[in-house]
Design a protein around this ligand. Structure first.
Ligand SMILES: CC(C)(COP(=O)(O)OP(=O)(O)OC[C@H]1O[C@@H](n2cnc3c(N)ncnc32)[C@H](O)[C@@H]1OP(=O)(O)O)[C@@H](O)C(=O)NCCC(=O)NCCS
Length: 219
């Protein structure tokens, strides 16, 4: 990422009131122990129950005219947007506002995504795609959009011949884990992330085939 783009992104994030989050991320890199689930959906199996959002929307690929709305609310995505990595999908509400966005990245594009990915991205094969940077715009949160939109975006990979869809979610991001569960994803692996003095040590562990989400264990 070039220095001017990095500076512009930082400025926009500060102007957007993201300083506390930026400081938290910085402190985490000094000393933290975290973990993410790698979730997986088998695209050869149709969804048992199709999630429905409480508002109508339609999915389409990102268009240049969407950038101002996205950058205004989610400035940290400016660098990856500028990188033009295929394909960012948006969900548009009836009035045209974007309510959700997420990238679907085929294996031949994974190296282009790597510089923008938080932590290490495990290499994935030709039969897999990656879903990344899920985001529901603030005023549309809690309407069940994530599960419904993610299911539809994921299924764009079926005509591409993909068998598996993968996605990474922090283990304490329950809203996102639930959205992924609604979209048909199941726990597949765990990535352990240990930060010490700005150095990241990661390890990957495959889970049992019948592994459950934390919120399923609690019930
Ligand atoms: C995570 C995120 C995409 C969820 O979007 P959403 O469209 O509001 O989610 P939904 O309305 O589909 O809700 C999904 C589930 O999470 C629950 N949920 C929502 N917010 C929650 C919260 N803060 N804590 C716990 N559960 C929450 C909902 O009740 C729902 O559960 P249910 O299906 O059992 O009723 C959104 O919060 C977001 O954009 N967060 C910031 C970016 C982010 O974390 N992205 C994911 C990166 S992996």
């Amino acid at each position: 990422m070039n220095a001017a783009l990095r500076a512009k992104t930082t400025f926009l994030m500060i102007r957007n009131g993201e300083v506390p989050e930026m400081l938290r991320e910085l402190v985490n890199r000094v000393h933290s122990n975290e973990a993410s689930y790698i979730l997986r959906r088998d695209l050869s199996v149709p969804l048992a129950r199709r999630p429905a959002a409480r508002i109508p929307f339609h999915i389409r690929p990102l268009e240049p005219r969407d950038l101002p709305q996205i950058i205004a609310e989610r400035p940290r995505r400016l660098p990856v947007l500028k990188a033009n990595i295929p394909t960012c999908y948006v969900a548009a509400a009836e009035d045209g506002s974007i309510c959700y966005m997420q990238w679907l990245v085929s294996s031949d594009q994974q190296n282009r995504l790597r510089p923008y990915f938080k932590g290490e991205l495990a290499r994935y094969d030709k039969d897999s795609v990656l879903l990344e940077f899920a985001y529901t715009f603030q005023r549309f949160r809690g309407c069940g959009i994530m599960g419904a939109a993610m299911a539809e975006i994921t299924e764009q990979a079926i005509p591409m011949g993909a068998r598996w869809a993968l996605t990474y979610v922090k283990q304490d991001n329950i809203a996102s884990l639930k959205g992924c569960a609604h979209a048909g994803f199941r726990p597949y692996m765990v990535r352990t992330e240990i930060w010490r003095g700005f150095r990241l040590h990661q390890s990957f562990r495959e889970l049992e085939p019948d592994a459950r989400y934390p919120f399923e264990l609690a019930s």
